[in-house]
Design a protein around this ligand. Structure first.
Ligand code: NAD
Length: 464
């Protein structure tokens, strides 16, 4: 028999959902979870966390599944908005990135309980939530990171307050609103995911210092990683990369050339894992270059390289206006007109050239000649700059791959594939847009956002 109170509760819930349904996804209308003040956003997330704490794993999974659905439905809108607002990247690739996040970010299945059973009873270690997490997100993958972090953090039982990049606040807050609506549709609390209308360095700092924020997760460049690591709180830092790709004489050169240009030009080189410089051994250098030249690229001469250097690294500082721009747009600024199908700019340089040593995040790919595999490994290690982020190799020689892997010591190493295989796109494994090299969590997922709690029952519940 269903009790009267239960019927009333069901009716209330149905009315609540009908009421919410007519608030259409619209960035000009009131956005759910988006606050004027950081303090209010954190307070709301704290309230939501308390409600969420009484819910089940099944509830979490239902909210996540609705977020996945909303992300797939809105993948193009988010991609178009992201490109329009930031002026960076490619719509088609951003659509794929959102689809990847929706399909391959782990949910609650990622949480594992450990158990010890013996003469003295049963001990469990459970992955518990932190509470309210403060997450700082980049301009390069803005909504992708917000959705990816939200799925993982909610799966782990947390609420999250975002401090999005000011240059990507519209698309970031659109994603926050979309996530809130999805959670509410699935019967969850409001404000499990919050953000603020006008994010800035000040609001980020206020979030970092707030006593109710128990864990910090920063996805961005070295500056913000350093800031969260100096906060006195538990912090996860996902910082900059400068991934080299080594090609040796055993590689399938045709495939290597295609994979390298496909990876390097994906979303105009914005992903932190994308190929940023090629180091090819002398024996196949010419063959590789010939194959690369068949991939829709434009190769610069020495004078043009120097012109481009002055444009891209003005007084040694990265010209941010060119980050994530099309090759054609960048070339146009040094007086070179090319057709729309040119997707990458190729430069033959020496190993110390700034294009090799700086993380440009543009479809500009320097190629360096190495004497042999040892020399190539040495150059790649120098270019990776101990970021411990990502590296790539095209080789069929297991000894070479192993030596490279040991020397480069990165969080991700992709062999014989485009870089994006490293985050589960055309490669096995789950995806993430927060790769924590500096603090060692690696590719983050729900379990990264948990704290371990031990529960001991002495002299009982061992059933054998
Ligand atoms: P960014 O460092 O400019 O910004 C990242 C975030 O940090 C933004 O929200 C920004 O507002 C905040 N921030 C930056 N400086 C700050 C300061 N002084 N005080 C307070 N907040 C500050 O990065 P971006 O240009 O948006 O993103 C590109 C960088 O992020 C690249 O270096 C890229 O390699 C890196 N990245 C790393 C990962 C990863 O998973 N490791 C993922 C994406 C991007």
């Amino acid at each position: 028999m269903v009790k009267e109170e239960q019927i009333e509760a069901i009716v209330r819930e149905v009315l609540r959902r009908i009421d919410r349904e007519d608030i259409k996804l619209n960035e000009d209308k009131h956005q759910l979870g988006v606050f004027d003040k950081m303090e209010d956003a954190i307070e709301a997330a704290k309230d939501a966390f308390e409600k969420f704490s009484n819910m089940t794993l099944e509830d979490r999974e239902r909210f996540i599944s609705e977020i996945r659905k909303a992300t797939l439905e809105n993948a193009r809108v988010l991609a178009e908005m992201g490109v329009k607002e930031t002026g960076m990247g490619k719509v088609e690739h951003k659509v794929l990135k959102h689809q990847l996040v929706a399909k391959k970010t782990p949910g609650t299945e990622d949480l594992k309980t450990q158990a010890w059973s013996g003469d003295k009873g049963l001990t469990l270690v459970e992955m518990a939530p932190f509470g309210v997490i403060g997450a700082i997100t980049p301009s390069t993958n803005p909504s992708e990171t917000i959705i990816c972090n939200s799925i993982g953090m909610i799966a782990a039982g947390n609420a999250v307050v975002f401090s999005p990049h000011p240059g990507a606040k519209r698309v970031s807050n659109f994603a926050v609103d979309m996530i809130n609506r999805a959670i509410i549709r699935a019967g969850g609390p409001e404000n499990l995911v919050v953000s603020i209308k006008e994010p800035s360095i000040n609001t980020t700092n206020a979030m970092i210092k707030h006593p109710d924020v128990k864990l910090l997760v920063a996805t961005g460049g070295p500056e913000i990683v350093k800031i969260v690591l100096s906060s006195g709180k538990k912090a996860i830092g996902a910082g900059a990369g400068n991934p080299p790709v080594v090609v040796d004489e055993t590689a399938d050169i045709k495939k290597a050339a295609k994979d390298i240009i496909d990876g390097c030009t994906f979303d105009n080189n914005l992903p932190c894992i994308a190929e940023k410089e090629v180091i090819a051994v002398e024996k196949i250098y010419r063959d590789l270059l010939d194959e690369i030249l068949k991939q829709g690229v434009y190769k610069l001469n020495a004078l043009q390289i120097s012109k481009l250097e002055n444009l891209v690294l003005m007084d040694g500082k990265l010209n941010k206006k060119l980050v994530g721009k099309d090759a054609k747009v960048i070339l146009d600024q040094i007086g070179i007109n090319v057709s729309d199908d040119i997707r990458c700019i190729i430069c033959e340089t020496d190993e110390d050239h700034p294009f090799v040593m700086e993380e440009l995040m543009m479809p500009i790919l320097p190629i360096v000649k190495a004497k042999n595999i040892d020399d190539a490994i040495r150059i790649a290690v120098k270019a990776e700059k101990n970021n411990r982020h990502t590296a790539h190799i095209h080789s069929k020689n297991i000894d070479n791959i192993t030596r490279y892997a040991k020397a480069i010591n990165t969080t991700i190493l992709v062999k014989n594939a485009p870089s994006y295989a490293g985050i589960g796109f055309g490669g096995e494994g789950f995806t993430t847009f927060t790769i924590a090299g500096p603090t060692g969590e690696g590719l983050t997922s729900a379990q990264t956002f948990t704290r371990m709690r031990r529960c001991v029952l002495a002299d009982g519940l061992r059933i054998i």
